[in-house]
Design a protein around this ligand. Structure first.
Ligand code: MRU
Length: 363
């Protein structure tokens, strides 16, 4: 995908320089800046501090982090150390562990001298696979949008939460891929973009993406979804996920659950765009998913652009106010209309998911 001259790959190898390029997403939407990661620590920091974020991109960055880690020492001990450091960065997105396991599976059996080349190759393949998975999610998800477009006048209104766009993946995005495909096919689609406090991924990132792509959209506050659904202003909800259990419980950005409840109460279809690496076949019950708790300062301080054009933060509560910052919540499978995967749309149900991905269940 290419938008207004901005290449939409979020991560790229610069192997000749011993580096990996990323977009610093903490600077968007006000500045488009790229950063070079050169060490294991750079990669770990980029994930933990959310220069890169979104489950698939976290996995892709960790894969390249392994390649950077073994440049001077490709011993088994170094591999294990790199795995540990990267795995400790963020606890919820399962793509992180999935990508690290993929890397270990390829690298461990090889002689030390072959590991570096293999690491760069596998990391690149993980990225290419992600692009194809997200493209196919778009193809299948577009059918849902088309079905609605065929039976109504005016735009198909999609509500999304957080940023499950191309910035959260290697390209295309998951929840946004159906929207981009539909828009590019000429379907009339409009997106309600939840602001997504406290990090404002909707306001900062999804709005930026949709604006650059020319997709009609409105930014709304996090509490607007219920009213919009009650008034018939939402045709379907599509969100991403950081980890979905084998039985279809969906963990995603905090606030997703409340949107699912409102959708259920208003008979609005609630879909989750789900790349298969985001399925955790080791877990059945969403209650067992570790929920990341981030700094309370992310709740207290809001970053933005000042009228002088500087990026700055403002305090929005009395100094010293205690705050809690749970980054994700879990939507039970019973509230999910369907999962849009790269292999098609499937019910959020254990046997249905297992039938679609038998190779993953066996692994
Ligand atoms: O905290 P973030 O920005 O990493 O959270 C991102 C999300 O919750 C996304 O919806 C999810 O990772 C899916 S990205 C395709």
């Amino acid at each position: 995908m290419k938008v207004k001259g901005i290449p939409t790959r979020t991560i790229w190898p610069l192997r000749a320089d011993g580096a990996v390029g990323i977009i610093d997403q903490t600077r968007l939407p006000h500045r488009y800046e790229t950063v070079e990661l050169r060490t294991l620590e750079d990669a770990a920091r980029a994930i933990a501090d959310m220069l890169v974020r979104g489950a698939p991109l976290i996995g892709a960055t960790a894969a390249y982090g392994m390649a950077l880690a073994i440049r001077d020492d490709a011993s088994k001990a170094r591999l294990s150390e790199a795995y540990k450091v990267l795995h400790a960065t963020r606890p919820t997105a399962i793509n992180l562990r999935w990508a690290l396991d993929e890397m270990m599976g390829v690298l461990k059996p090889l002689p030390e001298g072959d590991r570096e080349d293999a690491a760069w190759a596998r990391a690149a393949a993980i990225c290419d696979e992600d692009v194809e998975i997200c493209r196919m999610i778009g193809v299948h998800g577009m059918d849902l949008i088309r079905e609605i477009a065929e039976r109504k006048d005016g735009p198909v209104n999609v509500l999304t939460h957080c940023n499950a766009g191309w910035l959260a993946t290697v390209d295309w995005g998951t929840a946004t891929s159906p929207v981009y495909h539909a828009h590019d096919e000429g379907l009339d689609v409009h997106v309600w973009v939840d602001e997504t406090r406290p990090r404002s991924q909707g306001a900062a990132l999804t709005s930026w993406e949709l604006l650059n792509h020319g997709v009609p959209h409105h930014l709304v506050t996090d509490n607007s979804g219920g009213l919009l659904m009650m008034r018939g202003m939402v045709d379907l909800v599509i969100v991403g996920t950081d980890r979905t259990t084998a039985s279809g419980d969906v963990c995603n950005k905090i606030g997703t659950y409340l949107k699912a409840l409102a959708a259920k109460d208003n008979d609005v279809p609630f879909y989750v765009a789900l790349p298969s690496p985001t399925i955790d076949f080791r877990l059945d019950d969403g209650i067992d998913i570790p929920i990341e708790e981030r700094s309370p300062d992310e709740v207290r301080w809001v970053p933005g652009l000042t009228r002088d054009g500087d990026i700055s933060e403002v305090l929005i509560c009395p100094e010293g106010t205690p705050a809690a910052n749970h980054a994700f919540d879990v939507t039970p499978a019973r509230l999910v209309t369907g999962l849009i995967t790269e292999k098609g749309v499937v019910e959020a149900d254990k046997s249905a998911i297992a039938r679609l991905f038998p190779e993953r269940v066996a692994a």
